[in-house]
Each structure stands twice: as C-alpha cells, then as structure tokens.
Design a protein around this ligand. Structure first.
Ligand code: 3PG
Length: 400
C-alpha cells in the first residue's frame, strides 16, 4: 500500500477488501476488533484523497440477501471510529452500489452490502466467481487486500478481483503476515503452542505441522476430550469426535517419538449438560480428575490444577501461539481456564501471538488489555492455514 500511496490515489476509487465479519448479538456488535484493525488502511487512503469502497462478508448467508447478515451495523461502527459519515450501499454490485460509489467525493468512504449476498462470491465455479469479480471491478480503479481473516478463502473478492485491478496489500495484512512469518522462520525457543476450541477436526492439520516445529503443545477446550478418550480415559458425555480418534492417537504417538511435549488437562470442570449462555445463571459443576469423568457428565473447562500446570508450561516460553478457548468461556463458571492462559501469556516475557477471531474476541470480552499481548491476529482459519504452510489464495493473488 505504501507504493500505491506514493504514486497517489487522490480521486481514485479504491476497493478495500476488509474482514468485517464481527460477532453480532441481535444486530449489536459485541467485539469490533476486526473493524478497528482495518482503520489504518482506510484512513490512509481517505486522507490521501481516495474514494474508498470497503467490502466484506459477514457470517455465512446462502448467496442471497438476508437482513440478519447485513453489514449495516459494521458500516455504522466504521463511521463512528473514523469520526466521519460512511455511505452505505444496500446491495453489492447493483444500482445502490453503483450510485453510492459514483456519489463519493475525494476522501469519502462507502461500505457496500455483504459480498456473500451474491452467490458468485463463494462459488466453486471459476466462471461464476469471475463474473461477480468483473462486476465488482467496475466499482473501482485500484484494489487493496486487507481482510486477513478471509485470505484462506478462494472467493471472488479475495482471489479473482485482485487479478482484475492494480493491487496491493493493506497495512493489516502486512502486519499479520510479518508476525506469522516469524512463527515459521526464526522462532525463539521454547516454542509453546496452546490449542483449544471445540473441534479437533479444525486443528488436525496445524497439529500435524506443529509436531515438527513446536517444543510443547498444550491442549484444552472441547477438543481435549477426544485426546483424553484416545488415551483410554472415560469422558462421560463430553464432546467427542470419534472419527478423529485414529489421527489423534497417531499424534500422541508421534509426539512421544519426536520428543514434543504434549500437555493434556489433569483435571476438568464437569456438569450434567451444556450451560445456558444467554441466562448465564450459576450452574452445578464439580472438579474431577481428567481420567475420571463420571458417566452423564460433560467436561466444560480445564480445572484448577490444569490451570496451574498450563501457566507453568507457558512461563518459560520464548514464543507462544495460542488459538482457541480452553473452555466454555462465554459462561462465567467455565471462563477460568481461558483466563488463566490469557494471564500466563500476559505475564510471560515471550513473544505471544493470539490467533483466531474467537480467541481474540475472548481475550477482549474477558476484559484483558489487548496491548498486553505481542500480537492479536484477526484471522482464525487464516492464521491456522498460514501456520500449516498452505498457499493462501488471498495472499497469492496479491503477490501476482
Ligand atoms: C473468519 O471468521 O474466520 C473469517 O471471517 C472467515 O469466515 P468464513 O470461515 O465464514 O469464511
């Protein structure tokens, strides 16, 4: 983007592909981290006199307009953060988008409606995606890719559009890639990785990669129960991905063989069912040894001994990558495990990276100061796929 700015963007229409996929609760944004993350790029372009057209997806609508997934709340918030009104187009490439963009004056910002309201955005068919990209290209003279959270998607606005316009990476993508590169190249050891979240299937590929790179891997969250089961423990009615057991067993063996320390919870908080995340009323829970989860009970967080253990395993790290909450942090009874890991990261002198839209939101929602971490990535799947060593379509397109 520095080169684009140096060449001059005044009067040019610049399409900024952002990731404004923020969590919403009945239309209210509960965490605006992703909107704040794209501000430097939007501001720099607007200050330089560009007509800035910001575009993003939000959620997973089915290729047609759906008010529940409107980007309007994100556009409003962007305007508040910029301190100036932001125009909003109620479609993506239709009459509203065209007239909104045509009406922009130099330095003004517009947001167009959710890209995924058009089936062409996510289509697997190259021609269909290409046709949508052609329509988007008519809205702009230049393209800036800054939606790091979506660079792992081969979608029209991420992959096909940059091929149609002079393009550059925005400040956010440059920062994110710089940090993640550090984790793959000159990592300061011990390199400790904490992985949580519900599904082990989302993390298999990254664990596969990390087994050759990390010194220590801490496992928490819903995925820990598939690991405990693979070790032969009873896990009651805890989350289990039975089909992943062979892969998990192989990882446990490989970690032993290659000297990677794989750390599993030693105790867990259990209850008879999943807590009500809306009411957040106190639940009936108990702490049990990880190997002794009673039948009919569900593990919902790592326990106090595990919290101490994980903190000690993080304390001497040189580098930490953390992705995924340790428990059902949305309910106060089960937030302590995630809080303990966040706190350990803050206290650690290591270079700490929090990856994942969910973990990033968790850190902020639990009241931690985001500046206390080395880097909080805006990308969930994107940061994991980067660490997996995959070619990310949105980054490849910007290099081309
Ligand atoms: C994310 O939330 O990880 C990104 O915005 C990508 O969203 P997607 O998984 O729906 O493509």
């Amino acid at each position: 983007i520095d080169e684009l700015l140096a060449e001059g963007v005044a009067g040019k229409r610049v399409f900024v592909r952002a990731d404004l996929n923020v969590p919403l609760d009945s239309g209210t944004i509960t965490d605006d981290g992703r909107i704040r993350a794209v501000l430097p790029t939007v501001k720099a372009l607007a200050d330089a006199g560009a007509k800035v057209v910001v575009a993003s997806h939000l959620g997973r609508p089915k290729g047609a307009p759906d008010p529940a997934f409107s980007l309007a709340p994100a556009a409003d918030r962007l305007g508040e953060l910029l301190g100036s009104a932001v125009a909003f187009a109620t479609d993506t490439v239709g009459e509203s988008a065209r007239s909104t963009v045509a009406g922009l004056t130099d330095g003004q910002v517009a947001v167009i409606e959710n890209l995924r309201f058009n089936a062409g955005e996510t289509s697997k068919d190259d021609a269909e995606r290409g046709a949508f990209a052609d329509s988007l290209a008519e809205l702009a003279d230049l393209y800036v890719g800054d939606g790091f959270g979506a660079v792992h998607r081969k979608h029209a606005s991420v992959y096909d559009l940059p091929a149609r316009l002079p393009h550059a990476a925005g400040f956010l993508i440059a920062t994110e890639v710089g940090v993640l590169k550090k984790l793959t190249e000159d990592v300061k050891r011990p390199y400790v990785v904490a992985l949580g979240g519900a599904k082990v299937s989302d993390k298999l590929a990254v664990i596969d990669q990390l087994l050759g790179k990390a010194d220590r891997i801490l496992i928490g969250g819903g995925m820990a129960y598939t690991f405990l089961k693979a070790q032969g423990h009873e896990i009651g009615i805890s989350l289990l991905q039975e089909d992943q057991l062979p892969a998990v067993r192989e990882y446990i063996e490989r970690a032993e063989r290659t000297g990677v320390e794989l750390v599993l919870p030693v105790d867990v908080l259990v209850s008879a069912g999943f807590p009500d995340l809306k009411a957040k009323a106190p639940t009936d829970f108990a702490t049990v040894a990880a190997g002794e989860i009673p039948g009919g009970q569900m593990g919902l967080d790592i326990g106090p001994e595990s919290r101490k253990l994980y903190a000690s395993k993080l304390a001497d790290a040189g580098t930490v990558f953390w992705n995924g909450p340790m428990g059902v942090f949305e309910h106060p009874d089960y937030a302590e495990g995630t809080k303990a890991v966040a706190q350990a990261l803050i206290e650690s002198p290591a270079f700490t990276v929090v990856g994942g839209g969910d973990s990033a939101a968790a850190v902020r929602l639990l009241g931690f100061d985001e500046n206390a971490f080395g880097h909080i990535s805006t990308g969930g799947g994107a940061s994991l796929e980067y660490l997996e060593g995959k070619t990310l379509p949105g980054l490849a397109a910007l290099e081309g």
